[in-house]
Ligand binder design. Structure first.
Ligand SMILES: Nc1nc2c(c(=O)[nH]1)N[C@H]1C(S)=C(S)[C@@H](COP(=O)(O)OP(=O)(O)OC[C@H]3O[C@@H](n4cnc5c(=O)[nH]c(N)nc54)[C@H](O)[C@@H]3O)O[C@H]1N2
Ligand SMILES: Nc1nc2c(c(=O)[nH]1)N[C@H]1C(S)=C(S)[C@@H](COP(=O)(O)OP(=O)(O)OC[C@H]3O[C@@H](n4cnc5c(=O)[nH]c(N)nc54)[C@H](O)[C@@H]3O)O[C@H]1N2
Ligand code: SF4
Ligand SMILES: [Mo]
Length: 727
């Protein structure tokens, strides 16, 4: 499927449907209503390279893999095909009924970071304006919310990477904390390879010796959940060794004395005991990080998906600030965001506390501005709602009806058996999806929606680069876009205007709603995105743009690839240190649950697997769940390679085959979370929440591991819905 010759006129340049790298790809229509994916070398982020998921993304367009008709729950409990009018009427009637009986806040909306900016914007507006509910949140809460909270606290603004990926090879040292790009963003690995080719060094912090860690000059393997202590230990040594950049701290930061005192209370020997990383390794990390002129710290889900994720990221930011490595060329802290629109999806209002443009729902000026764009009374806008896990936990009690768009929480939410039970206890569940996900299987109404190759819209990649995805083929009859769904429901619920189905029209409104906000998109339009390989926000519209004639003359804003070079986005322009101290995980091992469980990803499956488990090539590469464990732990358990292992936590029990490797710490087991059923990792995970970001502790909980004897039926993790599906 590699593109060789000149471009076929039928070929459309666009971007991958999956992760936040948003690799460029070309799509050419082929027989059978699908497309062929080929290399698109002109997009700088991936320069043509794609991972296996991107290369095979078109498989999910095939009729056998996807939904092609709305489904409604019949009297016998099965899901049966229905017409669009019937399905939309049913949803509208049920939402109306719930609202009449229990009030607007009994309506819940759950969105996704894979939705385009237009969809995320329209979904937030739909919840607040049409439903009048405060109860909306999305799966991004499970993703980068701790980094977002810490970034906002320190810099006054959260954009995952404050610089383009192209800066990485030119810096002196990168510390990658709990990030495994070799599996989660393979085409990005070249930035780290080039860094090392240029004489820079790579430090990887991960309890497992991942494929990424194998590339590193130094691999630190802390106990899961101890990154906060690790970062404090490094800062302690920076101070002790006289490596603080005093002039920078003085000129560009505030709060140093408190942060310094907190770090000095964490002695290297004590940090070694907490983390399992030796003092010489700590010293080596400090030496590598401080030696060059410029350096970066990049975090991903490892340190972030903890009940202290915000403080943990704060501690790594402190390290950058103390050494003068933020807001300077080729230096800085960044978070490697995850989902296709993980960045844009967190900016335009599907988050519980947020209005478009990364504005705050509690800010009166923001409410006035956005209400003005929406043509509603600011006082009519609800206040902030519950965070994702809290919202799911309230299903069937405070929240009686739910609309899900772009998430599969039956597989991906923490304490998933409980969440599945809450979903089953709803009065009414509607799910919009491209496939019959495990969550859609529980729904009363399922709406089949168009996919990336069939629709136009914008995403914002992990660099803050706003991109245009273009429609390359006509969707099958029977399938409609998410914007059409919201338009159809709004009309049925009495709101005739304000929910256009044309994505460009939605984007034009988003521009106005975001104008003047932290994530300002007002200077970006579709024509510009079609010409340029993306535009970095903030990108305000040129001044005096009320008049269309002026606008054509005005010089467009170039966008902002690099943030904070002159000042940080705080009121006083200074970055703020966070005075953080280490604390244990919400659940530490004990006699009953002596082993640590951490969870994450494998290269060939994406997220809940709803899409990638429908692709034969990917299933061949990653056929099912497994439990990764060290030979010493395996020997203690009497487990051999491939033996079924039961992993039991306070929340439930999962069974998956043993994969024995010296690449993991002996006190820790790892499970990927891509599968439902018996091997569902999230049956085990702990929904303890970070107090600031409300992020659940996906990356650490206490478990017991044993070779699985025949389990009694009630012990087995709940299988996916037994509902038979007639299609
Ligand atoms: N193949 C694939 N690629 C993906 C995705 C996918 O599902 N599959 N999802 C996309 C999304 S939404 C996201 S968010 C990104 C996630 O991208 P990553 O953050 O790279 O992925 P994870 O595997 O969740 O976690 C990264 C590493 O954290 C380590 N880790 C576990 N516990 C700890 C800890 O306590 N401390 C530290 N320092 N490290 C720890 C794990 O061993 C793992 O190697 O990937 C994106 N890309
Ligand atoms: N144990 C554990 N659990 C985790 C994590 C972990 O590391 N460990 N990581 C967490 C993270 S970082 C994330 S991001 C979440 C992700 O978890 P989920 O939210 O479950 O992510 P997906 O599987 O991508 O679900 C997206 C769903 O929306 C559908 N979909 C895709 N595009 C569209 C669209 O345009 N419109 C509509 N309507 N539907 C669409 C897909 O088919 C799929 O069913 O999982 C979290 N869960
Ligand atoms: S790395 Fe991410 S964006 Fe690139 S092809 Fe793979 S899944 Fe798609
Ligand atoms: Mo994510």
């Amino acid at each position: 499927m590699q593109n060789t010759g000149t471009r076929n006129p039928a070929t459309t340049p666009t971007h991958c449907p999956y992760c936040a790298l948003q690799c460029g790809m070309n799509l050419t229509p082929v027989d059978g209503g699908t497309v062929e994916v080929s290399e698109r070398a002109d997009f700088p982020v991936n320069r043509g390279a794609l991972c296996g998921k991107g290369r095979t993304a078109a498989r999910v367009l095939a009729p056998g893999a996807r939904l092609t008709s709305p489904l409604v729950r019949a009297a016998d409990g099965t899901l049966v095909p229905a017409g669009w009018d019937e399905a939309l009427d049913l949803i509208a009637q049920n939402l109306e009924r719930t609202r009449a009986a229990y009030g607007a806040d009994a309506l819940g909306v759950f969105g996704g970071g894979g939705l385009t900016n237009e969809k995320a914007y329209a979904l937030g507006k739909f919840a607040r304006v049409v439903l009048g509910t405060s109860q909306i949140d999305y799966n991004g809460r499970f993703c980068m919310s701790s980094a977002a909270a810490a970034g906002t606290r320190a810099f006054g603004l959260d954009r995952g990477l404050p610089f383009p990926l192209e800066d990485i090879p030119r810096t002196g040292c990168v510390i990658l904390v709990g990030s495994n790009p070799a599996e989660t963003m393979p085409p990005s690995l070249r930035y780290f390879t080039e860094l090392r080719e240029n004489g820079g060094t790579l430090i990887v912090v991960d309890p497992r010796r991942t494929r990424t860690a194998e590339q590193a000059d130094l691999h630190l393997a802390p106990r899961p959940g101890t990154d906060l202590a690790l970062a404090l230990g490094l800062l302690h040594l920076v101070v002790a060794e006289g490596r603080v950049d005093r002039a920078y701290v003085e000129e560009r930061t505030s709060g140093w004395e408190e942060a310094r005192a907190a770090a000095m209370a964490h002695w290297p020997e004590q940090v070694e005991r907490i983390t399992g990383v030796s003092v010489p390794e700590l010293r080596e990390a400090v030496r590598l990080f401080c030696a060059p002129e410029a350096a970066m710290v990049l975090t991903a889900r490892g340190p972030e998906q903890q009940a202290k994720g915000t403080d943990t990221v704060g501690a790594w930011i402190n390290l950058c600030l103390a050494t003068g490595r933020a807001g300077r060329p080729l230096s800085g802290y960044g978070c490697l965001t995850g989902q296709g629109n993980g960045q844009g999806g967190r900016e335009h209002g599907q988050k519980a506390d947020q209005l478009p443009g990364y504005r705050k729902l509690t800010d009166p000026a923001a409410r006035r501005h956005v209400a003005g764009v929406w043509g509603v009374d600011p006082d009519a806008l609800p206040g902030p709602g519950r965070s994702a896990y809290e919202l799911l936990d309230a299903l069937g009690t405070d929240i009686r009806s739910l609309l899900v768009m772009g998430s599969n929480p039956v597989v991906s939410a923490p304490r998933a058996a409980h969440v599945e039970g809450r979903l089953r206890s709803l009065d009414f569940l509607a799910v919009c999806d491209v496939v019959l996900s495990e969550t859609a299987e529980l729904a009363d109404v399922v709406l089949p929606v168009t996919q990336w190759a069939e629709e136009t819209g914008t995403t914002t990649n992990l660099e803050g680069r706003v991109l245009l995805r273009r429609r390359a083929i006509t969707p099958p009859a029977g399938v409609r876009g998410d914007l059409e769904v919201l338009h159809g429901l709004a009309g049925r619920l009495g709101v005739e205007k304000g929910f256009p189905v044309d994505p460009e029209e939605v984007f034009e409104e988003l521009r106005r709603a975001s104008a003047g906000g932290p994530a300002d998109y007002s200077g970006i339009d579709y024509r510009r995105l079609a010409r340029e390989n993306g535009v970095f926000w903030p990108c305000p519209a040129p001044l005096a743009d009320d008049d269309a004639d002026d606008r054509t003359d005005a010089v467009p804003h170039p966008g902002t690839p690099r943030l904070f070079l002159d000042r940080f986005a705080t009121d006083d322009g200074r970055a703020r240190f966070a005075p953080v101290a280490h604390r244990p995980s919400a659940e530490e091992p004990d006699d009953a649950y002596p082993v640590l469980l951490t969870t994450g990803r494998v290269v060939a499956q994406y997220q809940s697997g709803a899409q990638t488990r429908r692709v034969a090539e990917l299933n061949a590469a990653a056929p099912g769940p497994f439990v990764e464990l060290h030979p010493r732990l395996a020997a203690r358990l009497g487990a051999a390679e491939g033996d079924p292992l039961a992993v039991v936590s306070r929340r439930g029990r999962a069974v998956a085959p043993a994969r024995i490797t010296t690449a993991i710490r002996p006190d820790t087991v790892f499970m990927p979370f891509h599968w439902p059923g018996e091997g569902r990792a999230n049956t085990l995970t702990n929904p303890a929440l970070d107090p600031d970001s409300r992020m659940p502790e996906f990356k650490v909980c206490a478990v017991r591991v044993e070779v699985a004897r025949q389990p009694s039926p009630h012990e087995v993790a709940r299988q996916p819905s037994p509902h038979e599906v007639a299609r």
